[in-house]
Design a protein around this ligand. Structure first.
Ligand code: NDP
Length: 346
């Protein structure tokens, strides 16, 4: 058994009981890390193999306060991460395989067979793109069908592309992809668009973008080369079927919360979003907090995710201050009361 390291880049003694483990490396997780690190809680963040969350797939972020000229999503996430690291956050750049959550006891997080323990856990796994669930969608992923315009748009230079969806994601993806595609059609299942007026107008102003409504995709069909050749559509009102030639299709119809790893262990709503006590980040389990898009199906902004990340950190800090450490924690290094109760310098 090794002693606690003062080198915060070293991962951790796996038999130690951490004050706080944070699961997720987006704006919410990194903000929770920043605040808990500044409270001397030495957070351990499982940031995921593809750290940075959804902003890693975004270009310009123009609506995060403090960046009047905008900032690129990946650059902003690097800065979030660096700021958390500056105060002693440790990172594991991998996806958590399993958790064992407890009501007020030791919380356990697993990477394969490796077990990590903590007195509190902050769940910040975010959300991921929603799928249509139609034939060809998964089969042709990477061969014409994508869910990330910013990641894959440049591969469609000179192509005829469809973007499915009518929200801000569809508008943003369309504007980006239209820089590469020859022709781009936004296919929406209703005549009305859910997107904000400004984003919708910006998309419509682009010369090579048009819209097709009200249609729902039925199937993505491959050509002889095994790549996407056309998309079968159904008119949402008449039910009439038709097909549109396209060698690129981007599905931009929203997101689902990434809560599978805690499914059945913590209360979620019917869509899988983790439930928290109103005005807090507390779940139904003592010592388990949830923040960011895995909780929020309303706002889903980087700034709101960061805000709830801060709330989660403060809730965890208060919990550690006000609760006796779990009895079983005494068996392990770190099982003493949280560091924030120990006078500075001791
Ligand atoms: P939204 O939920 O806002 O929009 C989803 C769109 O996909 C809707 O048009 C919806 O249709 C359609 N849709 C959903 N399911 C299906 C389906 N099975 N078949 C066909 N169409 C379907 O998601 P977004 O990802 O666009 O946006 C999420 C949040 O993120 C919003 O708050 C948005 O403002 C924000 N955002 C902001 C951006 C920015 O400011 N730069 C960029 C991107 C997102 P219907 O309307 O009929 O339900």
């Amino acid at each position: 058994m090794t002693s606690e390291s003062t080198d915060n880049t070293e991962i951790t003694n796996k038999t130690r009981v951490e004050n706080v483990i944070i699961v997720g490396g987006g704006p919410a997780g990194y903000t929770a890390a920043l605040y808990t690190a500044r409270a001397n809680l030495e957070p351990l963040v499982f940031e995921g193999f593809q750290w940075g969350g959804q902003l890693q797939n975004t270009t310009d972020v123009e609506n995060f306060p403090g960046y009047p000229d905008g900032i690129m999503g990946p650059e902003m996430m690097s800065q979030f991460r660096a700021q958390a690291e500056r105060f002693g956050t440790r990172f594991v750049t991998d996806d958590v395989d399993r958790v064992e959550l407890s009501d007020g006891g030791v919380q356990k997080v697993f990477l394969g067979d490796e077990e990590y323990r903590a007195k509190t856990v902050i769940l910040a796994m975010g959300a991921e793109p929603k799928r249509l669930g139609v034939p060809g969608e998964m089969e042709l992923a990477g061969r014409g069908v994508s869910t990330c315009g910013v990641c894959d748009g440049a591969f469609f230079k000179g192509h005829r592309v469809l973007v499915i969806g009518g929200g801000d994601s569809a508008m943003e993806d369309s504007i980006f992809i239209s820089k590469f595609a020859d022709e781009l059609t936004i296919v929406n299942r209703r005549d009305e668009f859910r997107a904000s007026k400004i984003m919708h107008e910006r998309a419509l102003e682009v010369e090579n973008i048009d819209t097709l409504t009200p249609f729902t995709p039925l199937e993505f069909v491959a050509g002889e080369d095994g790549k996407l050749a056309r998309v079968r559509l159904r008119h949402s009102e008449t039910g009439e079927e038709s097909a549109v030639e396209a060698t690129g299709a981007f599905v931009a119809i929203g997101h689902v919360p990434r809560s599978e790893v805690v499914k059945g262990q913590v209360d979620t709503d019917e869509d899988g979003y983790i439930k928290v006590v109103a005005g807090s980040t507390r779940t139904n389990l003592d010592g388990v907090f949830a923040v960011g898009d895995v909780v929020d199906h309303t706002y889903r902004q980087a700034v709101t995710a960061a805000g709830t990340g801060c709330m989660g950190a403060l809730d965890a800090e208060r919990y550690l201050r006000d609760s006796a450490p779990p009895v079983e924690a005494h068996w392990f290094p770190g099982g003493e009361p949280a560091a924030l109760e120990i006078p500075a310098g001791s």
